[in-house]
Design a protein around this ligand. Sequence first.
Ligand code: PGA
Length: 225
Amino acid sequence: MKYIVANWKSNKTADEVEEWFDKIRVEFGKINSAKLNSLKIIICPPYVYLPLVKKLTIDFSLPFELGAQDVSPFGMGAYTGEVCAKMLTDFAKYVIVGHSERRNYFHEDDKFLGEKVKQINSMGLEAIFCIQDAETIVPEGVTIAAYEPVWAIGSGKADTPENAKQVISFVKQKSHVDNVLYGGSVTPENIKSYLAIGQIDGVLIGGASLVPEKFWEIIINASIY
Ligand code: PGA
């Protein structure tokens, strides 16, 4: 089983979400969906589009699961602006935590991220915990991690499959995490090199997941692994 996780970040209007689905559903309509049984495809839109993405996924019978891009480190209560894990359970099964953009722009530290993971686990959701290198602390209870070197994110300069494999193997040895993905400038052209090399359990995709044609090509290229 390989994970294909789309991280849309802070992109798209509601109309653009609909356009993305209109295009991708045509592609899915052309193939036998059993061909994609080896993939777990997880779409992580901004919070406000989770209901819309859920609806379109059901309406078009697409084999997508949903993830959120963040969660509150607190439960329900007086925390203006926050979305807590319990609210997400109606829409998402997964939550991205510890992305370098959250660590850098929003100053989220290890303790804060650990609280988020606790909230996620307490509601039966699964964290997709981003680590920037082999030394990043992975909190207890994380079952999916994503190795994302900061310099490879959005830069067009992906890490080599060999190095990604080495870091990921090390992370698996030293922590309890079963599945470790690679993220950082994944494209339709390089996806196969990550999945073919072993140890890498899938990919986390930013930029290329926004473009339906590219995302579809990634799915097709990944489906043989
Ligand atoms: P990218 O982003 O694919 O645009 O490099 C990856 C990520 O930040 O998750």
